[in-house]
Design a protein around this ligand. Structure first.
Ligand code: SF4
Ligand code: SF4
Length: 108
């Protein structure tokens, strides 16, 4: 039985990754970009940071969906309520799930 369980675990990991939850930064970050969320993220998955070359030209900050552990620590830090669990994004900002992910495709 132990061998069977291990095989199942190996097979299921890619599926879990593809369906993993993430938090998303939406439109209110534009023009604010104070990086308060960066300071509290335990896995450093919010970029660009102030020290990175992309910071000045970035419209907002972005959460890496492959690294976010869905802890929610960043949410109360945001002064403009820009950060949401992707499942709770206001409908007018649902495109930001892709916008956050695409930034990492283009810049990492
Ligand atoms: S939910 Fe947690 S891991 Fe994800 S970006 Fe916010 S602080 Fe980082
Ligand atoms: S705390 Fe909010 S406004 Fe500040 S950088 Fe993060 S998402 Fe943008």
């Amino acid at each position: 039985m132990a061998t069977h369980f291990a095989a199942e675990t190996l097979v299921s990991y890619p599926a879990l990754g593809a369906n993993a939850m993430t938090y998303v930064i939406a439109e209110p970050c534009k023009g604010t970009k104070d990086t308060a969320c960066v300071e509290v993220c335990p896995v450093d998955c919010i970029h660009p940071t102030k020290n990175e070359p992309e910071f000045e030209k970035a419209d907002l900050l972005y959460i890496n969906p492959d690294e976010c552990i869905d802890c929610g620590a960043c949410v109360p830090e945001c002064p403009v309520t820009a950060i949401y669990d992707e499942q709770e994004l206001p409908e007018k900002w649902t495109e930001y799930t892709k916008i956050n992910a695409d930034w990492y495709t283009a810049n990492r």
